[in-house]
Ligand binder design. Structure first.
Ligand SMILES: Nc1nc2c(ncn2[C@@H]2O[C@H](COP(=O)(O)OP(=O)(O)OP(=O)(O)O)[C@@H](O)[C@H]2O)c(=O)[nH]1
Ligand SMILES: [Mg+2]
Length: 649
């Protein structure tokens, strides 16, 4: 038989259910660990804060297959829902607890809504305390079926249990195994985040934080950043389920020793519940999020309590991961009704670190009720463009497919036109590999152009290229005597549309590959031949003949071009290279310069070196020309000055 090694798969389970329904007792029966760890919890027999336990199960089909499960036990009390919410982010399965003698209660309902908002689709329902009822069991099952109908948890298996008789505990384990067998492991998208749910100090060890790691792997010795404080530190050690480990991956309860950090009641100063440990390459926190909100239709089902208003401008509490932060909500609606969805914006006084695609819960300011769930559409939203059409289209496109990477790429490019590839969708729940594949797909379809680090939407690319071509043609038409459009004017021609400097390079290169040409600092159509416009013809001829009459001894620049018309004509000859500017005052025809260079080179070859006066005689010109001319030749590397002589370089 082939040797099989056990492959642990990591999952996170959280309990859910009304106060006193037996959640913690069930966790203890499953794992042997009492999740109620605080003395006050033990004294009062109630869970106040999150508790944790570890359960290892083997697959029914393949005993070498190990489920390594972190269990988060949540409090059920109505005043402690805020603590419950901080324990159920990124869980794989909800262990939904309903006491047989009590049935469906308010926090059973509220917890169901919360885990549904957070996108949890797997659950196992445990009916507890069956030893206390004799005939009510089937009624409990029927009630649960009825309450779960139409929800993502409608097909959740129901197991009848009692911790007094031990009934159903093994069946519950079997059921968990069966459901988890089909659950996909949480993805490693290369973006590790650890929302801190506990932070404490151990003597001799220093600060330790715990949380449910998601999205990637953290290693011992790795440099991490803690938001929103922005403090950097190195992970000294990592523990998972009580053992030291080298690294920890997604869906793992993880404890990090971060000795350099201080625990602080102020998130901006240090670390505590609500902080997030991540890597520095994932960007920085934001003060503004664009979001899609979802209000459960079930809110309206409870006739005893009116549905809380969710108006544009409401101040609410935002719960995401372990964070619980006040925010102002702006909406594209008067009041978001139960059973509807709507796009809104959340504005924070202190920044939050979150990725687009992450789900969250909104609760009222006084922490009494759960108002809505939501998903982040843009983690770096802009307050100024809140009501503009481009943003609306962008958010609509994302709302329609919040987990589709292509839709995110498309919406980003439709809004921004051109983006830097390396920064594209960093603050989203997509891996760099998926983002890059999507960009390549769109490039193959001809929908985007990739130019270096730039990705440009094809419509934007075409529009920018056309406006560049128009600018060049306008220049050719207005100034046929010039070489073309200067590159700085070319840049200015598209700056109002796209300020990214790289795009000018990319577009210039594309133009030069097809029909255009760079000449020095100018760009022109290849077919463009600079020509003197008719009104400059006569002036041009006068300048040319003045240069040619006595080519080695032409008149000074002022005499050559005494009026604006002649100056324009001279500028044309200089730009096209027909004439060369030797100094401010001296201009030669390029033909004369070529002849002079030949004479100078021959003289220096023959005699090794020559003084200014010797060279002047050899050329046959005056001192007025010779001095600046030889300086010009020095500057251009044709001659070299040695004392009062010139030599070949
Ligand atoms: N008879 C009986 N009592 C149970 C059973 N399960 C739990 N209990 C009792 O119910 C009470 C509440 O149990 P817990 O496990 O603390 O309930 P909980 O859901 O964790 O409560 P909170 O965390 O405060 O919401 C305790 O006194 C338990 O002993 C059961 O199967 N049968
Ligand atoms: Mg409890």
């Amino acid at each position: 038989m082939a040797h099989q090694t056990a492959v642990p798969r990591h999952f996170i389970i959280a309990t859910a259910g009304h106060v006193d329904h037996g959640k913690s007792s069930l966790v203890k029966a499953l794992t042997g660990t009492d999740p109620d760890r605080l003395p006050e919890e033990k004294a009062r027999g109630i869970t106040l804060d999150l508790g944790f336990a570890h359960l290892e199960l083997r697959s029914p089909h393949d005993p070498s297959f190990i489920f390594n499960i972190g269990i988060v036990d949540v409090p059920g009390h109505e005043n402690l829902v805020k603590n419950m919410v901080s324990g159920v982010g990124s869980i794989d399965l909800a262990l939904f607890v309903v006491a047989a003698d009590d049935g469906w209660m308010p926090q059973t309902e509220e917890h169901l809504q919360i885990i549904t908002y957070l996108g949890v689709t797997r659950a196992v329902v445990a009916i507890t305390k069956t030893d206390l009822v004799q005939f009510a069991e089937d009624a409990a099952v029927a009630q649960i079926d009825e309450r779960l109908r139409g929800t993502p948890l409608a097909s959740a298996p129901i197991v009848k249990t009692s911790i007094v008789t031990g009934r159903g505990i093994e069946e519950l384990k079997d059921t968990l195994r069966r459901v988890l067998q089909d659950a996909p492991p949480q993805q490693d998208i290369g973006k590790p985040r650890l929302p801190v749910d506990r932070a404490f100090t151990l003597p001799g060890i220093g600060t330790v934080v715990t949380g449910t790691l998601t999205g990637g792997t953290l290693r011992r010795g790795q440099e991490v950043v803690v938001w929103p404080s922005g403090k950097n530190c190195r992970i000294r050690t990592i523990q998972s389920h009580g053992s030291q480990v080298e690294f920890s991956g997604p869906a793992t309860r993880t404890a990090l020793n971060l000795p350099d950090l201080v625990i602080s009641s102020d998130l901006k100063e240090g670390i505590k519940r609500g902080s997030i440990v991540t890597t520095a390459d994932l960007g920085t926190p934001s003060y503004t999020l664009d979001v899609l909100l979802d209000r459960s239709a079930r809110l309206a089902a409870d006739k005893s309590a009116p549905v809380r208003a969710l108006k544009d401008g409401t101040v609410i509490r935002w719960h995401c991961g372990s964070a619980n932060v006040p925010a102002r909500l702006l909406g594209d609606w008067e009041e978001l009704a139960a059973g509807t969805r709507g796009v809104g914006q959340l504005r924070f006084d202190s920044p939050v670190f979150v990725l687009a695609g992450e789900k969250f819960i909104l609760r009222d300011w006084s922490e009494q009720v759960t108002l809505a769930g939501g998903v982040v559409l843009d983690a770096d939203a802009d307050r100024k463009s809140f009501r503009n059409d481009k943003r609306r289209r962008f958010l609509q496109q994302r709302s329609d497919s919040v987990s589709n990477v292509l839709s995110f790429v498309d919406s980003q490019l439709a809004r921004d036109g051109a983006v830097n590839r390396s920064g594209l969708l960093v603050k989203t729940l997509f891996s760099l590999e998926h983002i890059s594949q999507s960009v390549s797909q769109r490039a193959n379809e001809g929908k985007v152009i990739i130019a270096g680090d730039l990705v440009v939407e094809i419509g934007t690319w075409t529009m920018l290229r056309e406006s560049m071509v128009r600018a060049i043609d306008r220049e050719h038409e207005a100034h046929p005597e010039r070489l073309g459009l200067s590159l700085s004017e070319l840049r200015a021609s598209i700056e109002p549309i796209s300020p990214l400097p790289e795009i000018v390079h990319a577009l210039t290169a594309a133009l030069c590959a097809k029909g255009f040409q760079r000449v020095g600092t100018f760009i022109r159509r290849k077919t463009h031949r600079p020509a003197l416009p008719s009104d400059l013809h006569a002036a041009g001829q006068r300048v040319r003949s003045a240069l040619d009459d006595n080519p080695f001894e032409p008149p000074s620049r002022n005499q050559l071009a005494p009026d604006p018309l002649a100056q324009k004509a001279l500028r044309f000859l200089l730009e096209t290279g027909e004439a060369i500017e030797i100094s401010d005052d001296v201009v030669l025809s390029s033909q004369a310069l070529r002849q002079i260079i030949a004479i100078v080179q021959k003289t220096l070859q023959d005699s090794g070196s020559a003084t200014t006066s010797e060279l002047r005689k050899a050329i046959g010109t005056s001192r007025r020309i010779a001095v600046p001319l030889l300086e010009f030749l020095d500057r251009n590397g044709i001659t070299r000055r040695e004392g009062d002589k010139r030599v070949l370089p």
